[in-house]
Design a protein around this ligand. Structure first.
Ligand code: NA7
Length: 540
């Protein structure tokens, strides 16, 4: 192995929301020597890559999908729409990076090809495709929950000779749909956000749908100056509220379905549908995601809405979802179902009429052939665990993560992995990740990592590592929480079910506020579930 040419306290892989904050926190708040790496040409992570038409935040949006720690940042950034478009999220992250002068410590367009732990020096050494070899005591993996594109492996897909784009790898140059016949495979958020935009311009759009989805009207609108001023004024309370309410800034109604008649409940669903966003999911009645009968009632309500919106009954019928409402990632749309009333949009139900082949200019299903000029793959990601497996760090004794995670994504606190000392994940499997407001979740996770590093340094310790017993306990806890809900009963990317051969395991912690309380308790109890090693004389 060639001699490392540079040494840092911490290496951060990834310059999205999580990685940028980690760089700021560890460098500016803790005074560590830190180096960041990212494969993209600039900051933004998933927001740098996912620039397909219609891409917007689909979580509690502006101004809550943003950093919360700096009052100044909150004051100076003007959010304009309730459902922030990708370009605005990216502009915000660029502003954040400029404001805190982060770019000078990040090496862009650099792919980390190897990460290896050395038990003697208690350091991580990474290598890159730009021939860097860099060493640091701590490796912070902010590699993204939605990064590794899921490319469908249909026979002959490479025979297609037209333009082909995955939504998660969208070109930076403008893609023109004008005069083109576009085939879109996939109807998750990316498909449902992009299809209405593509249809406005294309000659024809054929949507190839595997699973019909529940999608709620986003009702995107401009934020009024008064609203923004109110948020700014009450920022401290709103931040506290997000921390305490699983990432959601406002009090939710805790109504019991049994206290109301079916008619009254329907009126509530209607009101929340009109309100838009995720209100129908979180503000109707307690237990929508755990009580089958209640869930079925809400599911039915949405199915009726779809039937009412879509003119052609045959198309409407294909669009009716049949899994438990909310157990796949909820989608917020801007006119998705309405798009099927356009004459230039048609729908193929792949469950009845599967794709069998591709030619240079068409998709062939069992029952038909669809000529296309462009193929859009809105087929999602090897989510949450995929980018860590891609990185495939080698821990103690050269143990490859790929091997350790062959059957289960064992980890402790969603942040650490036994056998991989001094490695931290932000939004790893077993963390709240996509089930909490991610920017705030990243801040809280990083603060915990920072305290952990401080603890090690203060106590002259060189390595921290989760125990396998702690991992087993964590796995039980994650499953116990998930099993109290209907999530595990659906084939979703939350369960790893979208990737052929991927272990089936619930990939997140569903009770974000409790999770962060738990992190604090672990630290307060002297890092229960971890073992430490004294420091070698290797500090920078
Ligand atoms: P998603 O939500 O994983 O959606 C991917 C879609 O692609 C979904 O409809 C899949 O159907 C479909 N898919 C995947 N593979 C295939 C194949 N081989 N054939 C046909 N259809 C397929 O990804 P998105 O990018 O839309 O969204 C990811 C997250 O980003 C989203 O949740 C937001 O948080 C933002 P399936 O449902 O698996 O049957």
């Amino acid at each position: 192995m060639s001699k490392p040419d540079q040494k840092y306290d911490a290496i951060i892989i990834g310059a999205g929301f999580g990685g940028l904050y980690a760089l700021y926190h560890l460098r500016d708040r803790m005074g560590l020597k830190v180096r960041g790496f990212d494969s993209a040409g600039g900051v933004g992570g998933t927001w740098w890559y996912n620039r397909y038409p219609g891409a917007r935040v689909d979580a509690p949006s502006s101004p809550f999908y943003a950093y919360t720690f700096s009052q100044e940042l909150v004051q100076e950034w003007d959010w304009t729409e309730t459902q922030t478009p990708q370009a605005s999220v990216l502009a915000y992250l660029e502003h954040f990076a400029d404001r805190f002068d982060l770019g000078k410590d990040i090496q862009f367009e650099t792919w980390v090809t190897d990460a290896q732990y050395d038990e003697n020096t208690q350091d991580w050494t990474i290598k890159t495709d730009k021939d860097d070899t860099v060493t640091a005591q701590f490796l912070v993996c902010a590699v993204g929950s939605l990064f590794v594109a899921n490319m469908p492996d249909y026979p002959g897909i490479n025979d297609f000779a037209g333009e082909c784009y995955h939504t998660g790898r969208w070109p930076h140059e403008k893609v023109s749909f004008a005069g083109k016949r576009v085939g879109v495979i996939g109807t998750g958020s990316s498909g449902i956000q992009s299809i209405p935009e593509i249809a406005k311009e294309a000659d024809h759009v054929t949507v190839f749908q595997r699973t019909p989805q529940y999608s709620l009207p986003a009702r995107n609108r401009l934020i009024t100056p008064e609203e923004l001023a109110g948020y700014r004024e009450n920022w401290h309370e709103l931040r506290g509220s997000m921390r305490a309410r699983g990432g959601w800034p406002f009090a939710t109604k805790r109504r019991q379905a049994g206290d109301y008649t079916a008619e009254q409940r329907r009126a509530v669903y209607e009101e929340l549908w009109q309100e838009g966003g995720i209100h129908l999911a979180i503000n109707s009645y307690t237990g929508v995601l755990s009580d089958k009968a209640l869930n079925e009632e809400v599911s039915d309500f949405v199915r009726q809405k779809i039937c009412a919106i879509v003119d052609d009954p045959e198309t409407a019928e294909k669009l009716l979802p049949d899994y438990y409402f909310g157990t796949k990632r909820l989608i917020l749309d801007n006119g998705y179902f309405e798009t099927y009333n356009r004459r230039n949009v048609s729908l193929v139900d792949l469950r009845r009429d599967p794709i069998q082949a591709f030619t240079a200019n068409s998709v062939q299903t069992r029952d038909g052939e669809y000529p296309i000029d462009m193929l859009v793959l809105a087929t999602g990601f090897d989510a949450v665990s995929g980018s860590m497996r891609n990185l495939n760090p080698k821990g103690r004794g050269g143990l490859a993560l790929e091997r350790k995670w062959h059957e289960r994504f064992d980890n402790y606190l969603g942040t650490t992995i036994s056998g991989f000392p001094n490695l931290f994940m932000i939004h790893g499997p077993g963390a709240p990740g996509v089930f909490f407001t991610m920017p705030l979740g990243g801040e809280l996770t990083t603060a915990w990592i920072g305290e952990c590093i401080r603890y090690l340094r203060k106590n002259n310790l060189g390595a921290i590592e989760a125990t396998v017993q702690a991992e087993a306990g964590w796995d039980r806890e994650i499953n116990a929480i998930a099993n109290r809900t209907l999530y595990p009963q659906t084939n979703s990317w939350y369960m790893g079910a979208n990737i052929p051969g991927k272990p089936r395991q619930f990939l997140g912690h569903l009770r974000g506020s409790k999770y962060f309380d738990h992190l604090t308790e672990v630290a307060e109890q002297g890092y229960e579930g971890f073992v430490f090693e004294p420091a070698e004389q290797n500090m920078t």
